[in-house]
Every structure is written in structure tokens, then in C-alpha cells.
Design a protein around this ligand. Structure first.
Ligand SMILES: [Zn+2]
Length: 194
């Protein structure tokens, strides 16, 4: 799932290349008429002599702003994120190819940057959200603030069992209670002896 790949990448332990190709696939652009505009079909970074790995490093901070906006919806993050998303999504240039009936496809004439397919996917997600056609399945853990994928917004609050337990104790007397219970836990005692 693309949102999961996005969270992993922005948190520093994901595969950028896999994310890019997953977005290309979902956005559904045809690479058509390539003989006419071959140089433009490579991502800008590749034309500039960089690799996708370089691009992954280059854009990581930008995508963190995007996640901050998507999850917390605050204006400051939104302004930075939207400028970035728009610039890269709109760098993709396509032309229409008529199929049959009213159906048409989009053939790619400029792929933009390596961030472009991801930005296009996210903007589409935002548009769907604004039209009431589906929410963005992202949230932040209530305890450690880590970004995570959720099936339905508002349902999942913790990234892990550990964070859920921490919050449980925070409500019932805080860290002291937590350490006391942990000390009485036979599993914990066993670990201490080693
Ligand atoms: Zn957490």
C-alpha cells in the first residue's frame, strides 16, 4: 500500500524506488510516443546525473512536511507541503490519447522529477478527500507521534502495543506505576537476572 511506503520512506527506513514505481503504476500514465521525447522521459535528477538514491535523500525532509500537513492539518506545514506537492506534481506533462467511447488515456511527455509521481498521487488523495470520496489513511501515534497508516481515521491511536501500554499507565498514575508493575512481571524479572 502506497501510504505505508510513504510513511516508511519519510521515517527513514523505506524504499524510495519502490514508492516511486508504485505511484507511477497507480497514476496510470502510459509511456507512449517515447521516440519523440525520449530525453524528457527520464526524471530530472537522472538527466542531471544523480541517482534515485540521491533523490531519496534530497526529498525526505519535504515529504516529512507533507506528512505533518496530512496528519495534523496545520497551516504552517500546509503552506510548505502544498507548494512542494504542486511544483512536483505539475512538472509531469502528459497528452491525451483517445481510446474508445469517452475513454482516454494520458501519455507521458515529461516525467518531471522523481518526486513527481508521489506528489501526484498525494494530491489526488487530497482532492478525493475534499470531494468526500475517501479519507487519507494516516495518523500519528498519540504517545510517540510516529506516523502510521490507519484503516479508518480515529480508530487506531497507537503505533505499537508498547505505546498503548505507556498511555494506559500515564492515565493511571504515570511512570512509577508502570515501573512497579513491570518489576512484578515475571518476564521482566527473568530478563533482569541474565
Ligand atoms: Zn507510538
Amino acid at each position: 500500500m502506497i501510504w505505508g511506503l510513504l510513511v516508511d520512506y519519510a521515517s527513514g527506513n523505506g524504499d524510495f524506488e519502490e514508492l516511486v514505481w508504485a505511484c507511477v503504476h497507480v497514476n496510470g500514465h502510459w509511456i507512449y510516443g517515447a521516440e519523440r521525447s525520449l530525453p524528457n522521459l527520464e526524471y530530472r535528477e537522472i538527466r542531471e546525473g544523480l541517482t534515485l538514491k540521491d533523490a531519496a535523500v534530497k526529498y525526505q525532509a519535504d515529504f516529512k512536511w507533507v506528512l505533518l500537513w496530512l496528519v495534523h492539518r496545520n497551516r504552517e506545514a500546509g503552506e510548505t507541503a502544498l507548494t512542494f506537492l504542486w511544483k512536483h506534481a505539475k512538472a509531469i506533462k502528459t497528452e491525451p490519447v483517445l481510446n474508445d467511447d469517452l475513454r482516454y488515456g494520458k501519455s507521458l511527455i515529461d516525467s518531471g522529477s522523481a518526486a513527481s509521481p508521489i506528489c501526484e498521487f498525494i494530491l489526488d488523495g487530497i482532492d478525493r478527500h475534499n470531494k468526500g470520496e475517501g479519507d487519507i489513511p494516516l495518523a500519528a501515534c498519540k504517545v510517540c507521534a510516529k506516523f502510521m497508516v490507519v484503516e479508518r481515521p480515529g480508530r487506531k491511536m497507537y503505533c505499537s502495543k508498547n505505546c498503548g501500554v505507556k498511555d494506559f499507565y500515564a492515565k493511571r498514575g504515570g511512570a512509577k506505576m508502570y515501573m512497579r508493575d513491570l518489576g512484578q512481571n515475571p518476564m521482566f524479572k527473568k530478563k533482569q537476572k541474565k
